[in-house]
Design a binder for this molecule. Structure first.
Ligand code: ZN
Length: 112
């Protein structure tokens, strides 16, 4: 069986921590998010290591814990999103919708 690989945070790894990165499904340059140091990175700024069941478990847990952020992040990056089963163009949702999503993202990415 092929060894599964997992992307971890460079920044946190330099301090001896192995933090699996969450996929944001966002635009280029911030495809992944570190729940520890709260930075979004491009996929090329990550360190890829052999995965372990512990790291997979950690990733699953942090993805769940950061759901609000991931929803906001990805809907800002999308042209269309699904609201109550209907596809809606995000450009028609207005400034308030956008500002609200940006406020959520800023909570998780304080440096933004
Ligand atoms: Zn980090």
């Amino acid at each position: 069986m092929e060894q599964e690989r997992i992307a971890i945070c460079y920044q946190c790894n330099s301090q001896g921590k192995e933090i699996p990165l969450i996929s944001t499904f966002a635009f280029r340059g911030s495809e992944v998010y570190c729940p520890e140091c709260k930075n979004a990175f491009g996929i090329f700024n990550t360190k890829v290591i052999d995965s372990t069941p512990e790291l997979q478990k950690q990733l699953k847990k942090s993805t769940k814990a950061n759901k609000e952020y991931l929803d906001a992040r990805s809907s800002l990056a999308c042209q269309r999103i699904k609201i109550k089963g209907e596809w809606v163009e995000t450009s028609t949702l207005g400034k308030e919708w956008r500002d609200n999503k940006i406020a959520i993202v800023k909570k998780y990415e304080p440096e933004l």
